[in-house]
Write a new protein. Structure first.
Length: 417
């Protein structure tokens, strides 16, 4: 057992233990507050709705813990258990070129992982989501979505993977810089293309027909200086009872999207407030900031991969006797979540800060009260717990907990008043 094996096993043990410990804290905290609606929400949320949110949270935690255990087992099987080495030997029998061999090796691991995770995904959809009356999809639609996702992954992912592997094999010691640039260009292209080329493959997007609401939103867009390619309603109810709203795309391809479930749940002034919050992310340049953060982190990651790819102990320590660029890329993708788990609180903290800023922007463009009412309805209708464990929330929540977020908006209202 070399030094990298010890480091890897130690990191895996610590990260897994921390995640399970946090999940148990969260479960205990939610359970302890299950029978009492927080005072700030007692007028808007019933005890039965509060208890449903607690039970839904606990059910999801069980699925997440099972997923964490499964991922840890798969990671051990593929690495020190010799799984990647066995797949590598299997594909070597076909005497393929290094790029084709590498693509098939990586896709094999991805396919086996997806198959292993499928039972949990099925239980999540047709067990937990069905039990709490959120599931709207059918087995046939689930299969169609899964098939389409697979086709897209192969049609888009395989060529990109081939390009990266060719760059790794053919462009010298600075390959990692070129590979990073290609990945960044691809990410920007996908962000631009997603609204019009990919999303419509899964959902229908209908232009907003309510002319009164459309005029209201248009006035908000003008006040915010935001130009989009349209306001659309998505048939989210065909798959889920959850509601949401977002804007997507880059440049001239930006779209505003409301879930049809959200349209049914909120009043026009509340929909306007929700959209103002989303526009706050745009006006405060949060999208650009997150893209830059992602670019810098991925640049560091590729530089680290460039160094690790030249270290024999990297392969040997992870159960792969044959050192290839494809093996290096695959191993790096598999183990990085283990080593970056403690970046989660930092990233989540930045995201929560952005949410506060977007709330402040929305309050300045509309009024705090409509946004407060819409958030309370979303917490209630999506069965989001009002009483998360503070430490778990600090580690995992990209949005501030309900009570803190509402209190912040009320403080904004007092300041503006």
């Amino acid at each position: 057992m070399n030094s990298f094996t010890i480091i890897f096993l130690l990191a895996l043990t610590v990260s897994f233990a921390v995640e399970i410990w946090l999940a148990r804290r969260h479960a205990r905290h939610v359970s302890a507050h299950r029978d009492q609606v927080p005072e700030a929400f007692q007028e808007a949320i019933s005890l039965s709705a509060h208890q449903k949110a607690a039970d839904y949270t606990l059910a999801k935690l069980k699925i997440q813990n099972a997923g964490r255990l499964l991922n840890a087992v798969l990671l051990l099987v593929f690495t020190v258990g010799g799984g990647i080495a066995a797949l590598d030997r299997g594909w070597m029998q076909f005497e393929l070129g290094p790029v084709t061999h590498g693509i098939l090796l990586i896709l094999s691991v991805m396919f086996l992982t997806a198959v292993a995770e499928l039972p949990l995904s099925l239980y999540q959809t047709f067990g937990v989501e069905e039990k709490f009356d959120f599931n709207r999809t059918t087995p046939l639609r689930f299969i169609k979505d899964l098939g389409l996702q697979t086709v897209l992954a192969l049609a888009i992912g395989a060529p990109l993977l081939g390009i990266v592997l060719w760059v790794m094999d053919s462009t010298g010691r600075w390959w990692w810089l070129l590979a990073w640039a290609i990945l960044m260009a691809f990410s920007l292209l996908m962000s631009w293309a997603y609204p019009t080329l990919i999303a419509p493959l899964f959902n229908q997007f209908t232009p907003l027909e309510d002319q009164t609401l459309k005029a209201r939103i248009q006035r908000l867009l003008e006040r915010c200086g935001f130009h989009s390619k349209g306001i659309f309603v998505m048939d989210g109810s065909t798959r889920s009872g959850h509601g949401n709203a977002y804007f997507t795309g880059l440049g001239s391809n930006k779209r505003i999207v409301f879930f049809d479930t959200l349209m049914e749940a909120l009043k026009p002034e509340e929909l306007e407030a929700v959209l103002a919050h989303e526009l706050g992310h745009f006006k405060r340049r949060h999208v650009i900031k997150m893209l830059m953060t992602s670019a810098l982190l991925s640049l560091f990651g590729f530089a680290l991969l460039g160094w690790l790819a030249e270290q024999p102990t990297f392969y040997q320590g992870l159960g792969v006797p044959r050192a290839t660029h494809a093996a290096a890329l695959l191993l790096f993708m598999l183990i990085m979540p283990v080593f970056t788990v403690f970046l989660q609180p930092l990233i989540a903290g930045i995201q929560r800060k952005y949410e506060f800023e977007a709330d402040e922007f929305a309050a300045s463009m509309t009024q705090p009260q409509p946004l407060i009412r819409s958030l309370v309805k979303l917490y209630r209708d999506n069965a989001a717990t009002l009483t998360p464990d503070p430490l778990y929330a600090a580690f995992h929540y990209s949005h501030p907990p309900a009570a803190i977020r509402i209190e912040h908006l009320k403080a904004t209202q007092k300041t503006s008043g």
